[in-house]
Design a protein around this ligand. Sequence first.
Ligand SMILES: *[C@@H]1O[C@H](CO)[C@@H](O)[C@H](O)[C@H]1NC(C)=O
Ligand SMILES: *[C@@H]1O[C@H](CO)[C@@H](O)[C@H](O)[C@H]1NC(C)=O
Ligand SMILES: *[C@@H]1O[C@H](CO)[C@@H](O)[C@H](O)[C@H]1NC(C)=O
Ligand SMILES: *[C@@H]1O[C@H](CO)[C@@H](O)[C@H](O)[C@H]1NC(C)=O
Ligand SMILES: *[C@@H]1O[C@H](CO)[C@@H](O)[C@H](O)[C@H]1NC(C)=O
Ligand SMILES: *[C@@H]1O[C@H](CO)[C@@H](O)[C@H](O)[C@H]1NC(C)=O
Ligand SMILES: *[C@@H]1O[C@H](CO)[C@@H](O)[C@H](O)[C@H]1NC(C)=O
Ligand SMILES: *[C@@H]1O[C@H](CO)[C@@H](O)[C@H](O)[C@H]1NC(C)=O
Ligand SMILES: CC(=O)N[C@H]1CO[C@H](CO)[C@@H](O)[C@@H]1O
Length: 458
Amino acid sequence: MLNMGAVLLLLIGVADGVTTFCDATQPHITTTQCFGSLGGTVEVQLPAQISQDDAFRLRKNGVTILLDRYQTNIRYSFNVRTGIFTIKDIDRTDNGTYSMEVHNIYGTALANTKCYLTIQAPVSSPLLSRECLSRGQQRVSCSAGGGGLHYSWSLDGLPLNDTRLLSGPGSASDVTLEPWRTGLLTCSVRNNVSNAAANITLSVCDGVMTFCDATQPHITTQCFGSLGGTVEVQLSTKTSQNDYFRLRKNRVRILLDRNQTNIQYSFNVSTGIFTIKDIDRTDNGEYSMEVHNAAGVQVAFTKCYLTIEAPVSSPLLSRECLSRGQQRVSCSAGGGGLHYSWSLDGLPLNDTRLPSGPGSASDVTLEPWRTGLLTCSVRNNVSHAAANITLPVCDGLIPFIARSLTVVVLLLAALGVYWALKKKKTSSPRDIALSSMAVDDGVLYGNVSGATGRAGGE
Ligand SMILES: *[C@@H]1O[C@H](CO)[C@@H](O)[C@H](O)[C@H]1NC(C)=O
Ligand SMILES: *[C@@H]1O[C@H](CO)[C@@H](O)[C@H](O)[C@H]1NC(C)=O
Ligand SMILES: *[C@@H]1O[C@H](CO)[C@@H](O)[C@H](O)[C@H]1NC(C)=O
Ligand SMILES: *[C@@H]1O[C@H](CO)[C@@H](O)[C@H](O)[C@H]1NC(C)=O
Ligand SMILES: *[C@@H]1O[C@H](CO)[C@@H](O)[C@H](O)[C@H]1NC(C)=O
Ligand SMILES: *[C@@H]1O[C@H](CO)[C@@H](O)[C@H](O)[C@H]1NC(C)=O
Ligand SMILES: *[C@@H]1O[C@H](CO)[C@@H](O)[C@H](O)[C@H]1NC(C)=O
Ligand SMILES: *[C@@H]1O[C@H](CO)[C@@H](O)[C@H](O)[C@H]1NC(C)=O
Ligand SMILES: CC(=O)N[C@H]1CO[C@H](CO)[C@@H](O)[C@@H]1O
């Protein structure tokens, strides 16, 4: 049974990850700052010159947690030989001041060491998204989970420092780059317990081209242009080389007769197509064109209203296991007026196959047994983009069961030891120590259930 407990502890250790180390023996520092990773293990180096005859007492926020010969309980352990104090399965309540007093057999204090433990969530893999702005500029955003995050960027291995950036400091979670920057951009994220990085390839932003047919008379056609892109509006097919035309934006003349091109606007007389390049937010509005023949008779009058939307950026998918093995997948994309749709293995994920929410939401919750290739498609009136994610079975339930079993196994083992000792001697000072340890175990049991609750939510 103890073997089974050890195997389960091993499994949990493998599942849970980050181990941090802290040296609390440095002289002249009264309280050393240590960091522990949520769900991980911290090892604190305390004075190692303890002999077998010395007595020690470890306290957390003034309360004794380990004493003399009782050097191990479910989560705390102290190795007398190495002087390393270990806390496993860290949760948010483990923050606080830890201290250790060492006395020799005459009761003389030999050492008193203190450290303050701060708990941080480890850094999750960063997600990168890239967006084209007007004039070919591009913005890249980096998002990661975890506490106290610090960002840094590099392009083709060289640090992207402030002199190479158009906006903001190089330590922000998003950067804006000049139009001509290309290469491999890396976002590195770190905190005091872990670090992670992600890459994205930068190419030139050349914008999205949209087309709109505004040749219908008597109505104002709704047209859409993409921020940073180009729009072509079919205004008339009736112009001949001898006609005169007049193009207006919000009633102000922008192009006239033979002067058919300026920096942003152009009109091709032979095709009747009006083009706006390098669109920015101020380009929205009503455009109209009047065509007169050589005799001054109006032969055409068309109108359109141009709405500007930011194009859809590559969607980012993130997956989260909920309790009971359900899973939630979120899709996030940049852009204006976004419309989402989902499919699983190529078949639309409609409302009858979803436990919650409509299939047009930006996140969906799926039954535990759903597996396959999930696709999130995002579109607006100027562009569209999609992303895939492979759904495995949520194993969130396994650590939950494993931890509950471990607690049961260890409590049974403790009970076994207790009964064995009670049989030997009915009254001894050890019994007092053990009963106080049993009280401690009660407190620890609370901590461990807190940890399992968290695992279930992950
Ligand atoms: C532990 O952290 C919480 C906030 O996360 C804080 O309110 C609490 O005072 C801290 N406990 C100790 C003993 O420092
Ligand atoms: C910025 O980076 C460039 C090349 O990566 C380097 O030559 C320059 O010295 C750096 N400037 C600062 C202020 O770090
Ligand atoms: C990013 O690219 C560099 C250079 O190709 C590579 O060494 C590194 O492993 C990549 N990092 C990630 C997270 O993909
Ligand atoms: C065309 O219009 C621009 C202003 O938009 C003006 O500066 C230029 O002189 C005009 N050219 C001709 C040939 O009319
Ligand atoms: C107008 O469009 C035609 C057909 O696409 C093209 O051949 C011509 O070069 C264009 N004219 C101008 C001034 O762009
Ligand atoms: C939902 O999708 C399934 C298979 O993909 C299809 O058989 C069913 O008709 C769809 N239902 C609705 C209401 O669209
Ligand atoms: C496109 O624009 C129309 C209004 O003209 C709107 O009703 C529709 O929802 C838009 N479509 C998308 C995908 O945003
Ligand atoms: C998603 O997967 C499908 C099927 O394998 C593939 O055709 C499509 O190109 C993929 N899309 C993306 C954005 O990776
Ligand atoms: C990267 C990071 O978050 N570093 C922090 C580690 O902790 C010290 C305080 O001990 C902070 O000053 C750092 O910013």
